[in-house]
Design a protein around this ligand. Structure first.
Ligand SMILES: C[S@@+](CC[C@H](N)C(=O)[O-])C[C@H]1O[C@@H](n2cnc3c(N)ncnc32)[C@H](O)[C@@H]1O
Length: 227
């Protein structure tokens, strides 16, 4: 499964940014702003952007906190390569090819871990939550942006219409990989609800999960603190 996901993101990497902004009418940019806002006013010294993809979130973190050392980790090199220009000349940005289930960092390495639209792709959810907890220092912050399985009327309707019919057609035509955009829709339907994910975090060394629905619950931000 992980290998398939890796190949999928490798194949859509060249069109990923364009499609992301186009299909979301650029609302995805505001969602990432909300993720960075969750960090508050004090700059974290070291931050991990997990499943960093083409580095949109890394770029936003560095715009707000230029002194923060940001490690952008992803297992699809093509995605990291696509984002190269966004961090060109930024000595504090490091691009790392790594699997989210086995991070090449010591315990307590980070003050914050951010993950935008990546958690859903991590096949072994509990293992990934434990691994994120391991690399965070106690009191460190986890900020997740995700398309959780919809539970409410508006978000269910959105995914049963736009998500099911529009997204795979346009995404498939532009990226020439319809399967990738069908995967997106399927992975959302088979993922946890945001409440279930909050419980998973509580079971794996986190406390005080706080949930913020975005755009009527199409996406969510969840913030939790490492115990
Ligand atoms: C939907 S993209 C999100 C990228 C970026 N965070 C953003 O906001 O646009 C998901 C990313 O997760 C990465 N990914 C999926 N499974 C992974 C894993 N097991 N380890 C590391 N990266 C993974 C993919 O390669 C892809 O770049």
């Amino acid at each position: 499964m992980s290998k398939e996901v890796q190949e999928l993101f490798t194949s859509i990497a060249p069109s990923y940014d364009f499609l992301n902004h186009f299909l979301s009418l650029s609302v995805d940019k505001r969602w990432r702003d909300k993720a960075v806002a969750a960090l508050g006013k004090t700059a974290p010294a070291r931050l991990l952007d997990l499943c960093a993809g083409t580095l949109d979130l890394t770029q936003k973190v560095l715009q707000k906190f230029p002194r923060t050392e940001v490690f952008a980790a992803d297992f699809a090199v093509a995605m990291l390569e696509e984002g190269r220009d966004k961090v060109r000349g930024k000595a504090k940005a490091h691009r790392i090819c790594a699997d989210g289930h086995r991070l090449p960092f010591g315990a307590g390495s980070f003050d914050a871990v951010l993950c935008a639209f990546g958690i859903r792709n991590l096949e072994h959810r509990a293992e990934a939550a434990r691994e994120i907890r391991r690399v965070l220092r106690p009191g460190g912050k986890l900020v997740v942006l995700e398309f959780f399985r919809p539970e409410r009327f508006f978000s269910k309707l959105f995914y049963q219409t736009y998500g099911k019919y529009v997204l795979p057609r346009i995404g498939g035509a532009v990226s020439r990989n319809r399967k990738a955009y069908e995967y997106l829709q399927n992975s959302i339907q088979h993922f946890l609800s945001v409440e279930e994910y909050g419980r998973l975090l509580l079971e794996h060394g986190f406390q005080k999960p706080e949930v913020l629905p975005l755009s009527g619950g199409i996406a969510h931000r969840i913030v939790a603190e490492a115990v």
